[in-house]
Design a binder for this molecule. Structure first.
Ligand code: HEM
Length: 523
């Protein structure tokens, strides 16, 4: 302890300087986000969480150094020959340990993989993709709108128009993301298959509370199982993972078949954009590395796309449920949004099908943009800590007036949920106020709000690759819903977010009532 430079930092708890058991316990009981919030409020922008762990909550001396500075996900001082140490994201490998971009420990292999995807997920590719436009039209007009209208005319087990909107939002985002990855013919169609949707969500969500042991203490978890025959994570979690993996491989296989038929007049919406790209990207990499024989990339491809579809559907679904909750509790903003949506041409009404308004037109609607951004700020789908490790040589962290030397191999993290609470940047930060994004502010203030402190998608080399796809689909879904309906709350009990890295509502539901607008004919 006496030689540990972290002893000079304010400690989040008296035990934190001496043992990591305190922060492990906080994580085990699901209190990490609220504990870090209280610690930063009390002690300022840098706090010690354990003998080899700190949390930062500032831009300069904080996220700028750690994330823009490219600190690695894996501990560079650990493992054999260095570089192979603990990596919190190793938990996100699929197919019994096959890495993907998100789980990759070191920056070098990560950036090779990321370069493969940057183009297809760029804003210009997303906004101008004929495949994605065709998929959008089909998902919105042939699936989402008929389903909403059926809730009015044939309510399943409640009064007309009353429904739990959350699973429907997850279904929409899954259909969008898998559509873009695998092509529509090989993707999920959860909006039309409620049973399949329920099957998937049950498998996916049931695993959430079993992350702690394999993610925080993977070596210990494996040792307990090996030597004591005791599973700290139940067997059915592995079984749920296997089902999801098998389902993903089936979609890969579908995309492979579509791709091989591409020259035979396939439909534009069936083009497997991401899948094709990764196949050709991996083949190019293999060629560069001098590998000439045909290599089977199927596990690598599936591990990668499984991560994209999980990251993409869950986070966007969570954001959307809060968009709808906030709009339903702010009827005046909902009305202003509906007025703004009438300016779209063609309008997003069933009578316009199959034509949809241009992606750029949807993207530049000022209030829609403000509503999405304010929700990403206040209800970040990933509000939790994003851990990295300090480089071997160590670094200086903390605000200019009081920075500290941090040695190599220290776990360091920041969180969107805390950065977005800065009152100097976001006044009345606890309130959902989309108008803050529409107010006239000076250039510096705008940069603070929009880029320096806005962290819903992270920052630096490992920030979200799917942010433009996320914003694209969320804007079209919200625009479609509010072009046709008004929403009010029926029950929002336990709508607040769970205390976790990815944070859906505690209740996993939001009961709303849909009120058709005058032009909507029930069908
Ligand atoms: C509202 C929606 C979304 C939010 C809030 C979000 C947020 C984030 C954040 C914060 C990270 C960095 C996490 C960390 O380093 O710990 C991330 C990474 C990532 N996201 Fe998203 N995301 C969203 C949608 C999507 C979509 C639609 C995709 C689909 C492709 C996607 C794919 C990924 C991938 C592959 C990474 C890892 C990137 C890398 O390792 O370089 N995300 N996301």
């Amino acid at each position: 302890h006496l030689t540990n430079p972290l002893r000079k930092l304010p400690a989040a708890h008296p035990l934190a300087r001496f043992t990591s058991l305190w922060i492990l316990y906080i994580r085990y009981i699901g209190y990490e986000n609220r504990t870090l919030k209280a610690a930063h409020e009390k002690y300022g922008p840098i706090v010690c969480l354990g003998p080899k762990e700190v949390s930062v909550n500032c831009v300069k001396g904080g996220i700028r150094e750690v994330y823009a500075g490219g600190f690695e996900k894996g501990d560079p001082t650990g493992g054999q020959n260095g570089g192979g140490g603990y990596n919190w994201y190793g938990f996100f490998k699929n197919y019994s340990g096959v890495d993907n971009m998100f789980s990759t420990s070191a920056n070098k292999p990560h950036s090779i993989r990321k370069r493969m995807f940057s183009h297809i997920y760029s804003k210009s590719s997303i906004n101008s993709s004929p495949s994605l436009a065709a998929q959008t039209s089909i998902i919105l007009y042939n699936r989402l709108l008929p389903l909403l209208s059926a809730h009015i005319t044939h309510p399943q087990d409640s009064s007309p128009g009353i429904l739990n909107i959350y699973p429907l939002l997850s279904a929409s985002t899954m259909d969008f993301v898998t559509g873009y990855i695998f092509g529509l013919a090989s993707s999920s169609d959860f909006l039309s298959n409620p049973k399949q949707l329920a099957w998937f969500l049950d498998l996916y969500n049931s695993r959430r509370s079993f992350n702690f042991w394999p993610q925080e203490l993977p070596a210990f978890t494996a040792a307990v199982q090996k030597y004591m025959g005791y599973r700290l994570s139940p067997l059915w979690v592995d079984e749920a993972n296997s089902h999801i993996e098998k389902w993903t491989k089936d979609m890969c296989e579908g995309a492979r078949r579509t791709q091989s038929l591409e020259n035979e007049g396939g439909k534009v919406e069936d083009k497997p954009i991401v899948y094709s790209h990764i196949i050709s990207g991996l083949a190019k990499e293999a060629k560069k590395a001098g590998i000439t024989e045909t290599t089977d990339f199927s596990d690598e491809v599936a591990s990668e796309v499984l991560d994209h579809l999980a990251a993409g559907f869950d986070t966007s679904g969570i954001t959307l449920v809060y968009v709808i909750h906030e709009l339903s509790t702010h009827p005046e903003i909902q009305r202003r949004l509906q007025t703004e949506l009438t300016t779209l041409s063609p309008p997003l009404l069933p009578s316009s099908a199959p034509a949809i308004p241009d992606a750029k037109a949807v993207d530049t609607l000022p209030l829609l943009h403000a509503v999405i951004w304010e929700t990403l700020r206040l209800h970040s789908a990933i509000p939790g800590a994003q851990p990295r490790f300090t480089p071997v040589s160590g670094c200086q962290l903390g605000p200019e007036e009081k920075s500290y030397y941090i040695p190599g191999g220290v776990r360091v993290s920041a969180s969107a949920g805390l950065l977005h609470q800065n009152e100097n940047v976001y006044e009345r930060a606890g309130e959902w106020r989309p108008d803050r994004w529409l107010e006239q502010v000076d250039e510096e203030k705008r940069k603070d709000m929009e880029s320096r402190w806005f962290w819903a998608f992270g920052s630096g080399g490992r920030m979200c690759v799917g942010s433009h796809l996320a914003v694209y689909q969320m804007k079209y879904i919200v625009a479609t819903l509010y072009s046709n309906y008004t929403t009010t709350i029926i029950s929002d009990t336990n709508i607040s977010q769970i205390d976790a890295y990815t944070a859906p509502p505690k209740s996993e539901k939001l009961l709303i009532k849909l009120h058709p607008q005058a032009h909507v004919k029930a069908g």
